[in-house]
Design a protein around this ligand. Structure first.
Ligand SMILES: Nc1nc2c(c(=O)[nH]1)N[C@H]1C(S)=C(S)[C@@H](COP(=O)(O)O)O[C@H]1N2
Ligand SMILES: [Mo]
Length: 220
């Protein structure tokens, strides 16, 4: 009955129910034990180290663009205003870098990848994403990892705009994988029908990078 549409039958709810029904973005393959917060081989730091390829691009919010391409029903280029117009979320998560430092309780603000995926609507064939940054860096993720409920495309850390050295104006944060997957200075997201290696994945790093099973380097 058309009259019977409930408030929760919003586009978002319908999409999420569709995802759940298809099991499309199901994660749950991270091997994190419920009790262990610090992954094996990691040590805690209080500061926030800076790691990148050495080129820190300076991109103002007025210059910044996010191109969304590939297997999506709504390919788009977001400028700053369009990105800010997406639903905004706040999340707290830990960072685990493959170089063995971890940092707890980082407070982020930005657009959850779930809300972002609602806006661009990946096609059924999409199984992976390739991220490209303003410094030329690339990294790949399975769509199921990109769509993790705690993954967020951030513009703020601890209530302040993300600094240039940490990837401002906009970076990805995928806390359940090693931090090399969290592209700084994010510029482009391409949806693909297969997982293909980005920069570090082409240089010996693991294709997935789950810290709890120490997926640091590829076997060969
Ligand atoms: N664009 C871009 N993103 C990047 C990198 C990079 O070189 N370029 N380095 C990655 C690596 S190896 C790490 S450990 C983290 C470091 O982020 P941080 O400098 O904010 O700690 O960014 C990741 N994202
Ligand atoms: Mo790294």
């Amino acid at each position: 009955m058309a009259d019977d549409i409930q408030p929760e039958d919003s586009k978002l709810t319908i999409t999420k129910r569709k995802w759940a029904g298809e099991g499309k973005f199901l994660t749950g393959r991270v091997s994190r034990p419920e009790t262990e917060r610090l992954p094996p081989g990691q040590h805690l730091v209080k500061n926030w180290p800076v790691l990148d390829l050495g080129q820190q691009p300076r991109i103002s919010t007025s210059q910044w663009k996010l191109d969304v391409r590939g297997l999506v029903n709504h390919p788009k280029t977001f400028d700053w205003a369009a990105f800010q117009a997406l639903p905004q979320s706040e999340m707290r998560s830990d960072i685990h870098c493959v170089t063995t430092w971890s940092r707890y309780d980082n407070n982020w603000k930005g657009v959850s990848t779930r809300d972002f995926l609602d806006a661009v609507d990946p096609k059924d064939e999409a199984v992976a994403v390739m991220l490209t940054s303003y410094d030329g860096y690339t990294t790949n993720l399975l769509l199921s990892d990109f769509a993790s409920p705690d993954a967020i495309i951030v513009h703020s850390w601890e209530g302040q705009p993300l600094t240039e050295e940490h990837g401002g104006p906009v970076r990805l944060v995928v806390p359940h994988l090693y931090f090399w997957k969290s592209a700084k200075w994010l510029h482009r997201i391409e949806f693909l029908d297969r997982d293909s290696a980005g920069f570090w994945e082409n240089n010996g790093y693991h294709m997935r990078g789950d810290p709890w099973s120490e997926e640091r380097y590829s076997d060969d």
